[in-house]
Design a protein around this ligand. Structure first.
Ligand code: PLP
Length: 235
């Protein structure tokens, strides 16, 4: 039997050996447990095993979970990693700690305006399109710096880095090729920015290649919680 706790241990071991291979430490890479479609008890299991950082893709599902665990006095950190819609920015700004999927200044402005004053700044990543075709997967490379400069002007946000979701590739070399351009852009931007320290790339199928390419944050669902079943999920 593979419990969530055992799966988490396995993924952490994998991250540990991937970081060692490139002269880094385990603590250089954060693990976000992607809990979309998973029930509350799966998250509770991961939390009981000591995990704190979770990623959600759907606003209502995410906020229901955040509210539930807040009421349990469990101090978890929540990352919004899904597609942002304009009419949902307020509820994201009021509940999440991080947003990985910013790709437009309009959304950034709304998030800043709607972030409550009593909360710390919302931690943001710009989602960049690294696959070429679909603009749904992020903004274009040549627009990233301009968006970053705009975000810098907004009071309730802190721009921490970049994120991508490349097309799935199943061999290590193609995965490295897919990650290379964003890794390069991240290094360039990091050189001239304060606290720009987060490169969110890597999922269950490409953790090793992502870390070898300089990822500092991997978003892992399947390898921790098992295969998702969208047909029967309650959330
Ligand atoms: C679902 C999802 C993940 C996790 O994917 P797995 O392959 O299950 O690890 C990571 N990032 C984003 C943006 C996702 O939507």
């Amino acid at each position: 039997m593979c419990s969530i706790k055992q799966n988490l241990e396995k993924v952490i071991k994998q991250i540990d050996s991937a970081t060692q291979k490139c002269g880094k430490k385990l603590s250089d890479v954060q693990l976000i447990a992607v809990s979309k479609t998973r029930p509350l008890n799966a998250i509770a299991d991961a939390a009981a095993a000591g995990h704190r950082q979770f990623g959600e893709n759907y606003v209502k599902e995410g906020v229901d979970k955040i509210t539930y665990f807040r009421e349990q006095y469990l101090n978890l950190e929540w990352h919004f990693i899904g597609l942002i819609q304009s009419n949902k920015t307020r509820i994201v700004a009021e509940n999440f700690d991080w947003v990985h999927s910013v790709r437009h200044s309009k959304f950034a402005r709304r998030l800043s305006e709607q972030r409550p004053d009593y909360m710390p700044p919302l931690q943001l990543l710009i989602q960049v399109n690294t696959s070429g075709e679909s603009s749904k997967s992020g903004i274009e490379f040549y627009d990233v710096k301009e968006l970053a400069d705009e975000i810098d002007q907004l009071p309730n946000l802190e721009l921490r880095g970049l994120m991508c979701i490349p097309q799935p590739e199943n061999n290590h070399d193609s995965q490295l090729t897919a990650f290379a351009p964003l890794s390069q852009l991240f290094k360039e931007m990091k050189a001239s920015r304060a606290r720009f320290d987060t490169l969110s790339m890597g999922m269950s199928g490409d953790i090793d290649a992502a870390i070898a390419s300089g990822s500092t944050m991997v978003r892992v669902g399947t390898a921790i919680f098992g295969a998702r079943n969208y047909a029967t999920h309650k959330y």
